[in-house]
Design a protein. Structure first.
Length: 362
């Protein structure tokens, strides 16, 4: 984290909240970083240029560090930071001393199966958001039911983007998303996903039921918690609720419809343009790997030459594994792709594998 290197000479700082826990549990995918700084905004601004003030909960300022969003919270020097909504979130990590700090004697809560709340008065919405991230990233369950959220005030797009990024890059994203859904959060803030819960799949191939549950089921089969892949899995069938049956196809054109919906959603939440473009591409193309064996190479070579194609294959595998169909189609697509790459690297063969010598030399 080069952007933080100059801060150490100005003031002590610590990874806090979810970022401290990520280090404790060895979570490598960290699209959002939380930092507690001993000092005021003047001290912070002197050490870290290009500060932004996004106006999100529990953050006084923020910067971009490559693809990571870093949130700073200023605390009084040599004093304890404000208590968090749940006990494990009070942990700090000092990168200079390579040690964890436990200002409120909450270390034992890390080893508990339950996510223990603190006695601090927190708004139900904020506690719900913290719980969703914690359940997605760590092996906890709620110690007690959360209070219902009576009202859903307007939230900055940045808050929604950071929440979704932290939930989706955890090892258990379905836990966090189900919690948010159960408390009405998704209907209030992410209505683009609402139709997925009301669109039933055929039980012949989809034992998990509706589109929503199928999408959450795909997370179980990921080999990586990469944000682009997981957003693609979440949204790959998002076009099915709006698809119109045609020519025996129940969800005709759902990939193209879903790509437009995904693009609108990710732009609204102000994801990086590259992330939005890659996820939209995955959603639009997610049906192609299953059809590679019946399509001529001239129709698929541009697709397979794309550097994102291996991610598309991984999405296809997760999609298949969560159904009754099994992985055979994935292995068939992988063979076609490997053959394509081998032939593409061979100057004496076409992309389809035909020998150029036989085509052009008598």
């Amino acid at each position: 984290m080069d952007r933080l290197a100059s801060l150490r000479s100005e003031a002590p700082w610590y990874y806090s909240s979810f970022s401290a826990l990520d280090r404790y549990f060895g979570r490598s995918e960290q699209p959002v970083v939380h930092v507690a700084v001993e000092g005021d905004l003047v001290t912070l601004a002197r050490a870290v240029p290009e500060l932004e003030f996004p106006g999100v909960r529990d953050a006084d300022a923020a910067i971009w560090d490559e693809d990571r969003r870093v949130y700073f919270r200023c605390i009084e020097p040599a004093s304890k930071p404000p208590r968090q909504s749940f006990r494990p979130l009070n942990l700090l990590y000092d990168p200079a001393g390579e040690r964890f700090l436990d200002p409120y004697d909450d270390y034992r809560s890390l080893r508990s199966e339950s996510l223990e709340p603190t006695g601090e008065p927190h708004d139900p919405l904020g506690r719900l958001m913290d719980a969703a991230v914690a359940l997605s990233r760590y092996p906890h369950v709620l110690a007690e039911p959360l209070d219902p959220v009576e009202r859903f005030p307007e939230l900055p797009n940045e808050s929604l983007r950071s929440l979704l990024a932290q939930v989706l890059t955890g090892p258990f994203p379905a836990k966090g998303l189900r919690l948010l859904d159960a408390h009405g959060f998704l209907d209030a803030y992410l209505p683009e996903l609402a139709g997925m819960k009301e669109t039933e799949h055929s039980k012949e191939h989809h034992p998990e039921g509706d589109v929503w549950n199928h999408s959450l089921e795909t997370f179980r089969y990921r080999r990586t918690t990469d944000l682009v892949l997981t957003l693609g899995l979440l949204l790959h069938d998002s076009g099915k609720p709006a698809a119109v049956p045609r020519d025996g196809k129940r969800f005709d054109g759902h990939a193209e419809i879903g790509a437009k919906l995904a693009g609108r959603l990710l732009r609204r939440l102000e994801f990086a343009p590259r992330v939005a473009e890659d996820v939209t591409w995955l959603v639009a193309k997610h049906m192609f790997p299953g059809a590679l064996h019946v399509l001529p190479t001239f129709r698929t070579e541009r697709l397979m030459a794309d550097e994102r194609f291996p991610v598309l294959l991984e999405l296809y595998r997760c999609d298949l594994e969560s159904t009754y169909r099994g992985p055979d189609g994935y292995y068939r697509a992988c063979k076609i792709y490997r053959d394509f790459m081998k032939n593409s690297a061979n100057p004496y063969r076409t992309a389809a594998g035909k020998k150029l010598v036989r085509l052009y030399v008598d």
